[in-house]
Write a protein of this length. Structure first.
Length: 258
């Protein structure tokens, strides 16, 4: 039985304190990334692609890709926070050992790590939402719902990230999940082109990716369009959390409790 109480907030607080000391560095990527992408795709590739149809509505390519940028940022921030960064805290800095010498349980330490990873996604999404809105690509107030979506999506990717952290023997091995898990999602989750352009079997496979559902929800919210499919998309992310959050706790217990 997992032992998690509200004391996990202390782990979150510790990570937030460290983040504040270097927040300027962490602030730059989500600030400049949408500018680079929107400039490259909006000025360059958009001229070649032109408009495309998404859910029966004609949109420009830059309108299509802008919400996907937020989804990708949510994925990257939470996943890399609970893989490389958590591994450094666990293995090299021995931060986990120090925290477990306190009344905190291991489950509370790992829960704090996962929630902090989701918080990093929320912060990045908020910054990107502000930048992208300057281009008139976000419909408000609907677009503000991207923020709670960022936390839910961040929890999903932080949970799967901690699962990988629990099983990799060394930090170099993170190249495998990045190459085999993150990169395919980056390319084939409806981020750069509609899923309808893929063969049927590839569309079915893409539906297994959490980024596919995160991207679809982000687009619907940014476009200000609501339909029943959003319930299915949200349910998938919640189910993903319900599976991989306890799995991450279980795997980390097996790794760290001798």
């Amino acid at each position: 039985m997992f032992k998690v109480s509200r004391r996990f907030i202390r782990v979150w607080q510790r990570n937030f304190t460290v983040y504040r000391k270097s927040w300027k560095i962490s602030f730059v990527p989500p600030l400049l990334e949408p500018l680079f992408y929107l400039t490259a795709f909006g000025v360059g590739l958009s001229e070649l692609v032109g408009n495309l149809r998404y859910q029966g509505v004609e949109v420009s390519y830059v309108q299509f890709i802008a919400p996907a940028l937020i989804g990708m940022s949510i994925m990257y921030n939470s996943f890399f926070e609970t893989t490389y960064t958590s591994f450094v805290r666990m293995y090299y800095q021995k931060t986990f050992d120090a925290m477990m010498a306190t009344p905190l349980s291991l489950d509370e330490v790992i829960t704090g790590e996962i929630v902090w990873g989701a918080t990093r996604s929320l912060i990045a999404a908020a910054i990107m939402l502000g930048v992208i809105s300057l281009f008139g690509l976000i419909r408000f107030p609907h677009g503000l719902l991207v923020l709670p979506l960022a936390f839910v999506g961040g929890m999903a990717f932080a949970s799967i990230g901690i699962c990988f952290t629990a099983i990799v023997p060394n930090i170099d091995m993170f190249n495998l999940p990045v190459f085999l898990f993150i990169t395919p999602m980056f390319l084939f989750s409806g981020t750069f082109f509609p899923l309808e352009n893929l063969p049927g079997w590839a569309q079915d496979l893409a539906l297994l990716f959490p980024l596919t559902h995160l991207t679809n929800l982000s687009r619907s919210l940014c476009f200000g369009e609501f339909d029943s499919s959003m319930l299915w998309e949200t349910g998938y992310l919640l189910l993903f959390n319900l599976i991989f959050f306890p799995l991450g706790l279980l795997k980390m217990n097996k790794r760290l409790i001798k």
